[in-house]
Design a binder for this molecule. Structure first.
Ligand code: SAM
Length: 287
């Protein structure tokens, strides 16, 4: 029998029947708005023959919508106490496979193999950034991510240079993915209500990074220097990051960038040229 998990009364009755207690620590805020659940499933671009990974199925609300597309759904849930509820709510869906584990510890390479995957989730907010970075920066064969997250995190991902929200997270995600807002979601769409507003974001993995760099690690080290020392002018941030004053001058001169600017004003292209100038300097010194 299909169970409507976007009906508040049904959800409350299932939870109380199984004596379930929400864990705040695990970020358990369950979605109860049908249009939001549908929007996430639709934005995931999945159907028969697709493979989708869901992170944190909770009581199975989004899982049902993903399964209805005909895709093969693998859902990873850390909380084993949801097991009895999930066997009940997902009983009619033979294309759903649940793994009880921490998504950050699971061997996703082994799980995904070389098939194309999509990822969908109403993310547990306490580990949104680690999960995002873990997946986006990996070599896993994932083409799209549709994630519900705290609105403020979505704003950081979409931010432009020079704004308060712009930071290492912006560059890490934009380097690998394009991003678009699917919808904003108010606290009343969940039980229990979270204290914050939420946004559903769709990220599409780029065929190649947004900017070409000689060494990705140096690019991200430059980014780390800029935002680790956000209030410092970049010349000083570089010094604090272990680049000597003399080398710093050479790097800036090679890119035509004013070292009195703060790193938080640099575009992705500017970080790329700084990283490449640093690379050239390191390898020139080694010749
Ligand atoms: N998908 C459900 C929904 O939309 O109603 C539940 C979303 S709830 C915000 C987040 C879910 O992630 C919870 O079920 C929680 O137990 C689970 N979770 C938390 N940390 C996790 C982790 N490290 N690995 C896998 N699941 C996790």
């Amino acid at each position: 029998m299909m169970i409507n998990l976007t009906d508040m009364k049904t959800v409350r009755s299932i939870l109380s029947r199984h004596g379930f207690h929400f864990s705040k620590k695990l970020g358990q805020n369950f979605l109860v708005r049908p249009d939001v659940v549908r929007a996430i499933a639709e934005a995931s671009e999945i159907g028969e023959g697709s493979h989708v990974l869901e992170i944190g199925p909770g009581i199975g609300t989004l899982t049902q919508a993903l399964a209805r597309t005909g895709a093969e759904v693998t859902a990873v849930e850390i909380d084993q106490s949801l097991g009895r509820i999930l066997s009940h709510t997902l009983e009619p869906y033979k294309n759903v496979h649940i793994i009880y584990d921490d998504v950050l510890k699971l061997d996703l390479n082994k799980l995904m193999g070389d098939k194309e995957w999509h990822v969908a989730a109403n993310l547990p907010y306490y580990i949104t950034t680690p999960i995002l970075l873990h997946l986006v920066q990996s070599d896993l064969p994932i083409s799209t991510f549709v994630f519900m997250m705290q609105k403020e995190v979505a704003e950081r991902i979409m931010a432009s240079p020079g704004t308060k929200a712009y930071g290492a997270l912006t560059l890490a995600v934009q380097f690998y993915c394009t991003s678009e807002v699917v919808m904003d979601v108010p606290p009343s769409s969940f039980i229990p209500r979270p204290a914050v507003n939420s946004t559903v974001l769709k990220l599409v993995k780029r065929d190649k990074p947004a900017v070409e760099v000689k060494d990705t690690r140096l690019f991200f080290r430059m980014v780390k220097m800029a935002f680790g020392q956000r209030r410092k002018v970049f010349t000083n941030a570089m010094k604090a990051g272990g680049i000597s004053a003399e080398q710093g001058k050479e790097i800036l001169a090679a890119c035509g960038i004013d070292g009195k600017r703060r790193g938080e004003t640099f575009s992705m292209e500017e970080f790329a040229s700084l990283a490449d100038a640093w690379y050239d300097l390191i390898y020139k010194d080694k010749e």
